[in-house]
Design a protein around this ligand. Structure first.
Ligand code: AHG
Ligand code: MN
Ligand code: MN
Ligand code: MN
Length: 334
């Protein structure tokens, strides 16, 4: 009989690898897993209950909030508040960071940055969406943690992960010792280890970018896209183009199959569109841990010192050889 290992069992086993760990991080990951299951349940019946469409409000990014954006945000905040291991949450859906001041978590050690629902424009049309999270240890030792504890470089992450609510639901995470993937078995309601020690192929045949913005891309990106489209047998070009519009989904495909994902600067997003703290840093940490690379074109994503919570950066991420090729084009032409 095939024995499954659940996310809970895996986390406990890994904790034993760190003899001084007190279990707080394990509990935090467990809390995120619980919220993910609740959000998954709601997304699965989205067409049946009144949870599709806009709320009629805009978030700090100036984006129309979807009902599922708001629902997922509430669920993750609730799970992290109840769990007691997190002192601050920075979320895409709220301008200010949230201090959790319940008696249990006032002095908790961890900060969570989260994109509760990634790819929310896909919710109404039954296409994969995700959740992306990043975990930091607070640096301040006394009193309440504050914004400084949130604005840490990506290299300081202690864990990061994403969930994809797709044809099946998966949770992928790293604590800095490789990347593991779990698939939700709906019949038992558990995430089960399905993708141990994921390694990203060093190259691939898929490039992923919103080509509708092509005219606004920097010259280096334009030239790289043209390179992807040129015929060359030795490198399997022309490459295939795939773009879901949910970065977690698009990058997950690159992680499993090899490939490159880009969200460069554009006229309407001069700093890029994707947010450093809860989109780019966690995905960069995971991809690097799997052997890939993530850069703005000029600088490693994880080395950027953030100066605001909702800061945006351009990103090129995926298989190392493909990202380095794109970087070379950026260096030469942009
Ligand atoms: P979110 O839904 O969390 O606001 O993120 C949207 C992001 C990302 O998921 C996606 O890859 C990208 O925006 C798509 O942007 P375009 O529609 O401009 O291509
Ligand atoms: Mn959004
Ligand atoms: Mn997002
Ligand atoms: Mn989002």
């Amino acid at each position: 009989m095939h024995a499954f290992k659940t996310l809970g069992q895996f986390i406990i086993q890994k904790q034993a690898d760190f003899p001084y760990a007190k279990g707080e991080l394990s509990r935090l990951l467990r809390d995120i897993g619980i919220a993910a299951k609740i959000v998954n349940r709601e997304i699965n019946k989205a067409g049946l209950v009144d949870i599709l469409g806009d709320v009629g409000t805009t978030n700090v990014q100036g984006e129309q909030q979807k009902k599922l954006d708001v629902y997922a945000n509430e669920q993750f905040i609730a799970a992290l508040t109840t769990g007691g291991e997190c002192c601050i949450i920075a979320t895409e859906e709220e301008e200010e960071i949230i201090h959790i001041q319940s008696p249990v978590s006032g002095n908790a050690k961890y900060i969570v940055c989260i994109d509760p629902l990634d790819g929310s424009s896909n919710t109404d049309v039954n296409v994969s969406v995700g959740t992306i999270f990043s975990i930091y240890r607070r640096k301040s030792v006394e009193g309440l943690a504050d914004l400084k504890d949130v604005l840490q470089k990506g290299t300081e992450q202690v864990a990061a992960g994403y969930i994809i609510y797709g044809s099946s639901t998966m949770l992928v995470y790293t604590t800095g010792v490789g990347v593991n993937g779990f698939t939700l078995d709906p019949s038992i309601g558990e995430f089960c280890l399905s993708h141990p020690q994921i390694k990203i192929p060093t190259t691939g045949i898929v490039y992923s970018v919103n080509e509708g913005n092509y005219v606004h891309f920097p010259d280096g990106i334009k030239k790289y896209i043209k390179y992807c489209q040129v015929e060359d047998e030795s490198t399997n070009r022309p490459y295939t183009s795939r773009y879901i519009g949910s970065m977690a989904g698009d990058i997950h495909r690159s992680l499993i199959k090899g490939g490159i994902y880009m969200y460069p600067t554009t006229a309407s997003s001069p700093n890029g569109k994707l947010r450093l703290l809860y989109e780019c840093n966690p995905m960069a940490f995971i991809i690097e841990q799997a052997g890939g690379k993530a850069t703005t074109g000029y600088e490693r994503i994880l080395d950027i010192q953030p100066d605001e919570v909702h800061q945006r950066v351009p990103i090129i991420i995926g298989s190392i050889e493909m990202v380095e090729k794109a970087e070379a084009f950026m260096k030469e032409f942009s």
